[in-house]
Design a binder for this molecule. Structure first.
Ligand code: C5P
Length: 401
């Protein structure tokens, strides 16, 4: 239910604007207080009288009222709202949102938003498929906007394809889930490791790997959004720190190990997403190694396994989640790791899958639980993958209590 929630609905100019009235009605019925902003073009598709009647408040379109000079303050609307849903979001409005263009009230308000923003795109199938639209959608997802993908079906143009706006009840259900999720980890502390580690060979060289840290940072951000206290222990990355997350920067595997062991006791869960080096040079040269004619050998020694150490010391109420990046015998190897490291969950991503793994903005994962349950997911943006992983973590946490 949405009782007491302030929801701002932004309507842009597409044929699906007629469905915005049903959306507002559903939100009001569910107990929300709703205000509507329409772009000037949206008014060609549905009248402000309809939207004002269903929302029970005057509709906002202009920056000010030309009759009495009243200013429609987008900053205070941004502070008022608990969620901002742009439905329908046309290709034009999505493009402007992605690029920070602010030439109408719907858009200036978007830039002032502090609350979750949800966009329900609606357009013709070719506009949806166009690389410009797809890249704008990716940008918006990176900025934290929740995109409700349009289902396939008959379009206003008469063509069949992806592009029709999701049904109003489904959009309302999505908003409700967002509020439930937000609260689900209040009072919990979660430790996340992310990124690569760099193992020094000499003062200028190191052994590293291609981990970008994107998956771990997305997990940390989603955990914080759900009210958890998040401690992110990160190897070298250039990613922005998600809002509300405490960051500890480390470089080498040994430093990551020390930082995790020091902080684990006070946590409810540890999500070990870092690509920790398995080997480190036995000796670090104090000076830069000079080029020579002979071949050079560097002796490596194994690093301490953080996940395995936590598996040994964890208490009954603590949960550990590991990741496995495999190239062969994926499922069997991941299952072995789950047992060996005494994990509660392991998230498998295979380097054989397109759209999965290092550096990419998407991932394809399989989650394996201790009881043998296997959940397979399609290729999705890392932000959505993070939500699925955390949904599973929340489920397992509630089973532990
Ligand atoms: O054994 P492997 O390195 O494939 O295991 C991967 C999982 O173990 C990941 O969750 C990773 O973060 C964790 N790990 C660790 N400490 C290490 C090596 C891996 O915590 N030294």
């Amino acid at each position: 239910m949405l009782k007491g929630k302030h929801i701002l609905v932004g309507v842009s100019g597409g044929i699906a604007a007629y469905k915005a009235a049903a959306l507002v009605r559903t939100l009001v019925k569910d107990g929300a207080e709703v205000r509507v902003i329409m772009t000037p073009v949206a008014k060609h598709f549905i009248t402000s009288l309809t939207m004002a009647t269903v929302s029970k408040h005057p509709v906002l379109t202009e920056f000010y009222n030309p009759e009495n000079g009243d200013w429609n303050n987008h900053v205070s609307l941004g502070l008022w709202a608990d969620a901002y849903v742009v439905a329908p979001a046309t290709a034009n409005t999505l493009a402007k949102m992605a690029h920070g263009i602010a030439d109408n009230l719907l858009l200036t308000t978007y830039l002032s938003m502090r609350c979750p923003v949800i966009a329900a795109p609606a357009m013709d199938m070719d506009m949806w498929k166009h690389p410009a639209t797809q890249s704008n959608l990716q940008t918006l997802q990176k900025h934290g906007v929740h995109i409700i993908e349009p289902p396939a079906g008959e379009l206003a143009s008469g063509l069949e394809g992806k592009g029709r706006m999701e049904e109003p009840e489904k959009i309302a259900a999505f908003i409700e889930r967002l509020f439930v999720k937000k609260k689900s980890l209040a009072g919990k502390t979660v430790l996340v490791t992310a990124g690569p580690t760099y193992e020094a060979i000499d003062p200028v060289r190191f052994i590293g790997n291609h981990s970008s840290g994107k998956m771990g940072y997305a997990l940390a951000g989603s955990l914080a959004n759900r009210g958890a206290q998040v401690l992110l222990i990160s190897g070298p990355t250039s990613l922005p720190v998600p809002r509300g997350v405490e960051l500890v920067r480390v470089t080498a595997a040994a430093e990551m190990y020390a930082a995790v062991i020091e902080r684990f006791a006070g946590t409810d869960a540890a999500i070990l997403c870092a690509a920790v080096a398995d080997y480190t040079p036995e000796k670090k040269s104090t000076h830069k190694i000079k080029r020579g004619k002979e071949s050079l050998s560097i002796t490596l020694k194994p690093t301490a396994d953080i996940a395995a150490a936590l598996g040994k010391q964890k208490q009954k109420n603590q949960l550990t989640v590991g990741f496995a990046l495999e190239t062969d015998n994926e499922l069997a190897n991941a299952q072995k790791k789950l047992q060996a490291k005494n994990l509660d969950l392991i998230v498998l991503n295979s380097l054989n899958d397109e759209g999965a793994g290092f550096g990419s903005d998407t991932n394809k994962i399989t989650i394996i639980k201790k009881d043998g349950t296997v959940v397979t997911c399609p290729v999705l943006p890392k932000q959505e993958v993070a939500e699925i992983i955390i949904d599973t973590v929340v489920d397992v946490m509630s089973e532990k209590v």
